[in-house]
Design a binder for this molecule. Sequence first.
Ligand SMILES: *[C@@H]1O[C@H](CO)[C@@H](O)[C@H](O)[C@H]1NC(C)=O
Ligand SMILES: *[C@@H]1O[C@H](CO)[C@@H](O)[C@H](O)[C@H]1NC(C)=O
Ligand SMILES: *[C@@H]1O[C@H](CO)[C@@H](O)[C@H](O)[C@H]1NC(C)=O
Ligand SMILES: *[C@@H]1O[C@H](CO)[C@@H](O)[C@H](O)[C@H]1NC(C)=O
Ligand SMILES: *[C@@H]1O[C@H](CO)[C@@H](O)[C@H](O)[C@H]1NC(C)=O
Ligand SMILES: *[C@@H]1O[C@H](CO)[C@@H](O)[C@H](O)[C@H]1NC(C)=O
Ligand SMILES: *[C@@H]1O[C@H](CO)[C@@H](O)[C@H](O)[C@H]1NC(C)=O
Ligand SMILES: *[C@@H]1O[C@H](CO)[C@@H](O)[C@H](O)[C@H]1NC(C)=O
Length: 324
Amino acid sequence: MRSTFAAAAVLASSASAQLYPDQSPYNHTCELQTPLLSCPPQNPSLVDSCCVETFGGLLLSTQFWSTYTGGESESQLLPQDTWTLHGLWPDFCNGSYTQYCDLTRQYDPIPSPNTTTGKPDGVPVPAYNGSNIGTFLEPFGKYDLLEYMDNFWIAQNQDNPGFWGHEFSKHATCYSTFNVACYGPQYRKHEEVVDFFETAIRYYKRFPTFAWLKDADITPSNSTTYSYADIRDPLVKQHGGLPFIGCTGPRFNTTAAGKNSTDNGYTVLSEVWYYEYAYGRPQDMRTIPTDASATYFTNCAKAEGAIHYPERTNGSVRVPTIPF
Ligand SMILES: *[C@@H]1O[C@H](CO)[C@@H](O)[C@H](O)[C@H]1NC(C)=O
Ligand SMILES: *[C@@H]1O[C@H](CO)[C@@H](O)[C@H](O)[C@H]1NC(C)=O
Ligand SMILES: *[C@@H]1O[C@H](CO)[C@@H](O)[C@H](O)[C@H]1NC(C)=O
Ligand SMILES: *[C@@H]1O[C@H](CO)[C@@H](O)[C@H](O)[C@H]1NC(C)=O
Ligand SMILES: *[C@@H]1O[C@H](CO)[C@@H](O)[C@H](O)[C@H]1NC(C)=O
Ligand SMILES: *[C@@H]1O[C@H](CO)[C@@H](O)[C@H](O)[C@H]1NC(C)=O
Ligand SMILES: *[C@@H]1O[C@H](CO)[C@@H](O)[C@H](O)[C@H]1NC(C)=O
Ligand SMILES: *[C@@H]1O[C@H](CO)[C@@H](O)[C@H](O)[C@H]1NC(C)=O
């Protein structure tokens, strides 16, 4: 899932099994190469696109804050005192993005949008009805990874594995560096899925949003409100770049507190997206922080005390069974 506010630019989909066929004349021994920076975009005919993110070089490590999952009766619960992992997205360097880049790796049971462009004339993205993507980890024996994801990579109003399939197929198939060709002749089916999940978690663990806010005395409360700057400043200080801060809920000027205000930003804190560029493969974590778009860095209200950071619903939270 991602918010519908961001601009979308979508590449024409090819009939080929890969988004970027014949992407590189090299054989992907990344250790032999100088790690190039992912933005500005690299020329795919001049670089090994398995060794530097060549198209979607603006990485967004995204997290959610929500108060319930909707799957409580199936024990789908939120991790106590921790924001949940949403995804790791490869935006273009100019901030737009593409999606569902390889329909041969379509594991999303509820494609959203349901065509590659989001418009009726786009290529249809068929709903996936096979074994959920979580089962792909089993032949690799990655039960610890699965347990971690079950604790921290949490969907709302959908089962977790369906959501992981969505994140993989909508976003991860658009990376040059997670392309199947990058794994060489010894490629094992779904290896890049495991690699992507592990990589998304590596970024997530670097950005402990709950703790960063708590250190600045910003904690969930159903009796206090906060200002946009209260939330932004500690995150900028800790991360080094200005993250996108997303809100849902009513617009401020439709609430009692915002009556007569011209501020029509949203009032319930719900998302943070950390922006990074990577030297070499995103998997290798040699990144530098950067700022969210100057024209779209928040949709939250900016009026003093306009933002709620809600406590979670009783019964929707558990102590994680595995450390963050
Ligand atoms: C890449 O691999 C192919 C097939 O194994 C080989 O013929 C070619 O020389 C290799 N290219 C480089 C740059 O190593
Ligand atoms: C952003 O970059 C992508 C990839 O290079 C390109 O396809 C798209 O047209 C660009 N969008 C804008 C708004 O410049
Ligand atoms: C996509 O969803 C829209 C709206 O629900 C629907 O009208 C359309 O038929 C769907 N397209 C495909 C290709 O499934
Ligand atoms: C499952 O999806 C495949 C491929 O899209 C389709 O051919 C098949 O009919 C679907 N099966 C069911 C039970 O929906
Ligand atoms: C909004 O404007 C009305 C009319 O000017 C005023 O009576 C009211 O106190 C204002 N409300 C707030 C919350 O400022
Ligand atoms: C809220 O503000 C927006 C733009 O500032 C305005 O278009 C809208 O009519 C306002 N709504 C209310 C209920 O005041
Ligand atoms: C706090 O408020 C939110 C939304 O207003 C509600 O869903 C949640 O259950 C509340 N939490 C507690 C602990 O009361
Ligand atoms: C949630 O639990 C806390 C502590 O157990 C209690 O004080 C509070 O009233 C509960 N909130 C709701 C909405 O039930």
